[in-house]
Design a protein around this ligand. Structure first.
Ligand code: HEC
Length: 144
């Protein structure tokens, strides 16, 4: 009873060893080449990682990143191009002049906090205060 088991163990073991040694050979053949390649592409790989993790994400969340016209075209134009629900329209000089009578800081604050049918930050929840302000500046620059 023990002999077939021993044979089986031997066969399995040698298959495993053969498998390991042949794949080891494969690795040994390319290990130095792989390392050279890895060293050559390493700077490119690292800069991509830095761009995604270190450079891009603060730019997305800390303001200064996106220009006012980008934000306007993405988040604000749906209402402010058409005047939905009484939104003062882009380019409407007198509508914006009336809004500005309360002072620019109040206009900024109303857009950031929301007022009546104007949703907070114009629904751009990833916009910093400065980004909302730059979108407002973009509207005002083109409405006077
Ligand atoms: C869902 C529609 C909608 C979107 C999107 C929207 N607005 Fe408005 N917005 C309004 C409406 C409506 C008003 C007028 C609210 C009122 O005074 O009754 C308004 C008013 C404003 C005002 C005047 C606030 C004041 O003090 O009178 C500013 C500034 C403004 N929006 C900026 C923005 C900016 C910047 C964006 C994009 C980031 C934006 N809005 C996106 C609907 C919108």
């Amino acid at each position: 009873m023990s002999r077939p088991n021993l044979v089986l163990v031997f066969v399995v073991t040698s298959l495993l060893l053969w498998g390991c040694s042949s794949s080891d050979e494969g690795l040994t053949l390319t290990a130095s080449q792989e390392q050279q390649i890895a060293e050559r592409i390493a700077p490119a790989g690292h800069s991509v990682m830095e761009g995604q993790v270190v450079v891009a994400s603060p730019a997305m969340s800390s303001g200064a990143g996106r220009a006012g016209d980008d934000i306007y075209n993405t988040s604000c134009m749906a209402c402010h191009n058409s005047g939905v629900a009484g939104a003062p329209m882009y380019g409407d000089v007198s509508a914006w002049a009336t809004r500005l009578e309360q002072g620019i800081e109040t206009v900024y604050a109303n857009a950031i906090n929301g007022i009546r049918a104007m949703p907070a930050r114009g629904t751009c929840m990833t916009c910093s205060d400065d980004e909302v302000k730059s979108a407002i500046d973009y509207i005002l620059d083109n409405s006077k």
